[in-house]
Design a protein around this ligand. Structure first.
Ligand SMILES: Cc1cc2nc3c(=O)[nH]c(=O)nc-3n(C[C@H](O)[C@H](O)[C@H](O)COP(=O)(O)OP(=O)(O)OC[C@H]3O[C@@H](n4cnc5c(N)ncnc54)[C@H](O)[C@@H]3O)c2cc1C
Length: 459
């Protein structure tokens, strides 16, 4: 990739005042600093600014705005489309702002947005408290919360945004504002699901939930059309305490799996029961009885065990499509099985997430996430090796998704990729979109924050 941007523009003048670290292309840590979670994203920012406080965030916003640099905002770097980096622009990297302040008596916590889900989950575990994030420990609290947050506790405690009490935001004009039910309440509504469109969120205040008994882990079942349909039905019928993520995919070559299973289609399920052991056994029984499990590592233990250690050098290249469905009946399960069987991608997956429970009891207009009544979220994805494979994998994922859901474009913004404008609109149906664009006009009229699933200001 060309490095012309390094030489054709002078360094951003406004960054000289920054207290944190400004990493430019000549810095020996530049390549590491510009790397994001997904592979195949190879952008060269003019500067990556490891901000140390709110004043730094303000300086970078002002610099990008006044000197005409594209601005990317990064908390955990897990953007599926690489929105948290930029070619030639400036990255605000919040990872150095990761302070976690817990008030166990009030059951609240202030969390700086550069913290990761695992850091917060570990800190809360000491107090028997939780916030529900997603299925990845290394995701940034900033990105997952602003998108909505659907994870292992979604049916018991709702989405991540459903535990959000307040946020501190630096807006495009450099103001640092508090947004909550009584201050900038429109902004508070918008950032709960509207993504990074409205400013840089520096701190989030969460309501915490007590969780003293938990059962969870990996359950691997053979995948057949019958077990796939049975898994989906059991997941939808489960009590609120039970949230599941069923990944139908080739069995990875994990040491605890027999060799003959490697590469065969399995349901690699993450099971999470937020409650006591006996109730957990009863709730999980329908899944265990679908077929003789290939592996059953579901057991009582701390919730934090749901986040196994991750390899920081893991940067997969993948294509994905997301959708909502009402159920997976026998014929849809056949389709799932067929599509996964006919692909030769080293990793391909259909991921089933039953929703409902606490997340569905929040009114659709209470936050910018409006798809409260959708019963099930499905993601399909395939890894590709090298650019030459990309288009083929992409067509497979697009066709697979269209076959599973031909009628409804609705989407959860956290899992959108390069789906285009129509699908961003479909993530925010009807009045939600109109309200978001109005709020965008107030807080970011020039669309400075546009490296995201973009909501433009009202025309
Ligand atoms: C492996 C993997 C697993 C995932 N699993 C789940 C899951 O189980 N549930 C779920 O809900 N989602 C999940 N996601 C989606 C994930 O929540 C989003 O990609 C999210 O945006 C990532 O947040 P981040 O801070 O790590 O990413 P970043 O790449 O740092 O940020 C993504 C975007 O969010 C915005 N943003 C981030 N931080 C801020 C901030 N402080 N202020 C303003 N804007 C900000 C910016 O627009 C930025 O471009 C997963 C993603 C991956 C890669």
């Amino acid at each position: 990739m060309s490095s012309s941007t390094e030489t054709t523009r002078p360094s951003p003048a406004g960054l000289t005042e920054v207290k944190g670290r400004v990493i430019m292309p000549e810095d020996p840590t530049y390549d590491q600093a510009r790397t994001v979670f997904y592979g195949g994203i190879d952008k060269r920012p003019t500067a990556i600014v490891r901000v140390s406080d709110v004043a730094d965030v303000r300086r970078v916003i002002t610099t990008a705005r006044d000197e005409g640099y594209e601005l990317a905002v990064r908390s955990g770097g897990h953007s599926i489309v690489g929105h948290s980096t930029t070619e030639g622009g400036i990255v605000i990297d919040l990872r150095g702002m990761s302070k976690i302040e817990i008030d166990p008596r009030a059951r609240t916590a202030w969390v700086e947005t550069g913290a990761t889900a695992i850091q917060v989950t570990e800190a809360l575990a000491e107090h028997g408290l939780v916030i529900g994030f997603g299925d990845s420990g290394s995701v940034g609290v900033g990105g997952i919360t602003l998108g909505g947050g659907i994870g292992f506790l979604v049916r018991k405690f709702g989405m991540t945004i459903d535990s959000l009490l307040a946020a501190e935001v630096v807006t495009a004009d450099g103001r640092h504002v508090r947004a909550d039910a009584n201050h900038h309440s429109d902004l508070f509504w918008a950032i709960r699901g509207g993504g990074g469109n409205f400013g840089v969120v520096t701190r989030l205040q969460f309501r915490l939930h007590e969780l003293t008994q938990f059962t969870g882990g990996i359950l691997i079942l053979p995948a057949t059309p019958e077990t796939i349909a049975g898994f989906a039905a059991a997941a939808l019928a489960a009590p609120d305490e039970l949230s599941t993520i069923g990944n139908i995919m080739p069995a990875p070559p994990m040491p605890f799996l027999p060799n003959e299973v490697h590469g065969r289609l399995v349901i690699f399920a993450m099971i999470a029961f937020a409650g006591d052991d006996e109730a957990a056994k009863r709730a999980i029984a329908p899944f265990r009885s679908l077929a003789t499990p290939i592996a059953d590592m579901v057991k009582p233990g701390p919730y934090v065990g749901m986040y196994p250690p991750e390899d920081p050098s893991y940067h997969p290249t993948a294509v994905a499509r997301t959708m909502f469905v009402n159920s997976i009946d026998a014929s849809t399960a056949e389709t799932v099985f067929e599509y996964l069987s006919k692909s030769d991608a080293t990793m391909r997956v259909a991921q089933l997430r039953a929703l409902g429970g606490a997340m569905a009891r929040v009114p659709a207009d209470a936050t910018a996430y409006a798809h409260r009544s959708k019963p099930m979220l499905v993601n399909v994805a395939a890894f590709y090796q090298g650019e030459a494979e990309r288009e083929g994998r992409r067509s497979w994922a697009t066709e697979f998704a269209r076959t599973l859901q031909p009628n409804d474009d609705a989407a959860y913004v956290g899992f959108l990729t390069d789906d285009g404008e129509a699908r961003i609109r479909a993530a925010y149906p009807g009045a939600t979109w109109d309200r978001l664009t109005r709020i965008k006009s107030v807080y970011d009229p020039s669309n400075l924050f546009r490296l995201n699933q973009n909501i433009p200001p009202e025309a």
